[in-house]
Design a protein around this ligand. Structure first.
Ligand code: ADP
Length: 274
């Protein structure tokens, strides 16, 4: 079956004294947008690393239970097939830039080159992504000389050019100002419309409220709450769902929503503006 099925997943780091994921059960439907939320240390990044096969492949430790993508456990996937299936955009773009390419264009082309894709096809795909992200102005620059925000965009470009079915974002806008944040979310939204499955680790609740279909709140390695975004947000107003929102933030969200859905009434001749 397509999507991600997680059954009785537990995990303990080799250096840890206790499990950091505990008996998790989750179904991630393909083509949907999931936000992973909850306080620091809840297990969000660890879960993402399990889904992309880095745990226990690189981090070792003991993983029990099942994590199936399209019906096959990630531990049984060929690592390069899994890397193509699941794209991961890091919180820190500095760790994602290869450092071996002299231009942004070549940096974005790097993954496709490694796959042996034809040069003409690579050129076209890279040009399309550069245009989509609006980064034509830096395409000839050295990636090592970019600002944090520019590196974040290049990191995103070099992942989406590979066209993975599942995209995991670990706080992708941590280096960006509000305008940069909006641009990245415009691109994430386009990816969703193309049918990609999106998993987003995010603290900014207004972004979760606007874009995510579902919210999964992790706390102490367990699922504290999961459900449709609007349901979880509505419940948080009356009980603690682990999002840590104040009444003020909830009110602010409700007002934003109302504002988004209120049609602007045009001022016509004769109307008085108080
Ligand atoms: P979150 O992403 O929700 O902040 P993490 O997945 O980063 O949570 O961390 C979950 C728990 O795992 C925390 O207690 C953290 O200290 C621990 N942890 C994270 N990475 C490692 C590691 N490499 N080795 C040992 N423990 C780790």
């Amino acid at each position: 079956m397509s999507g991600i099925e997680i059954r009785n997943l537990s995990y303990q780091y080799p250096t840890g004294s206790e499990k950091v994921l505990y008996d998790l059960n989750l179904t991630i439907e393909s083509g949907k947008f999931y936000a992973l939320a909850g306080v620091n240390g809840g297990g969000k990044t660890t879960l993402c690393n399990v889904i992309r096969g880095f745990i226990p492949h690189f981090f070792k430790g003991e993983r029990t239970g099942e994590v199936r993508i399209d019906g096959k456990d990630v531990q049984d996937w060929d690592p390069s097939d899994l890397a193509q299936k699941v794209g991961f955009v890091f919180q820190n773009p500095f760790t994602q830039i290869s450092g071996v390419k002299e231009t942004v264009f070549d940096e974005i082309a790097f993954g496709l080159e490694n796959l042996g894709v034809e040069v003409d096809v690579i050129r076209q795909k890279v040009q399309d992504i550069i245009q989509l992200l609006g980064i034509e102005y830096i395409q000839h620059k050295n990636p090592n000389e970019l600002s944090g925000g520019q590196k974040q965009r290049v990191a995103l470009a070099s992942i989406i050019v590979m066209e993975p079915d599942i995209l995991i974002f670990d706080e992708p806008t941590s280096q960006l100002d509000p305008q940069g944040t909006e641009e990245i979310f415009r691109v994430i939204d386009i990816m969703k419309k193309k049918g990609k499955t999106i998993i987003l680790v995010e603290h900014k609740i207004e972004l979760i409220a606007e874009y995510a279909d579902y919210v999964i709140v992790l706390q102490g390695g367990q699922i504290k709450k999961q459900g449709r975004t609007e349901e979880v947000l509505a419940e948080e107003a009356t009980q603690d769902c682990g999002l840590g929102l104040t009444q003020y933030t909830l009110l602010d969200l409700a007002m934003r929503k109302q504002h988004m859905h209120t049609e602007r009434i045009p001022i016509t001749e004769g109307d008085s503006v108080q």
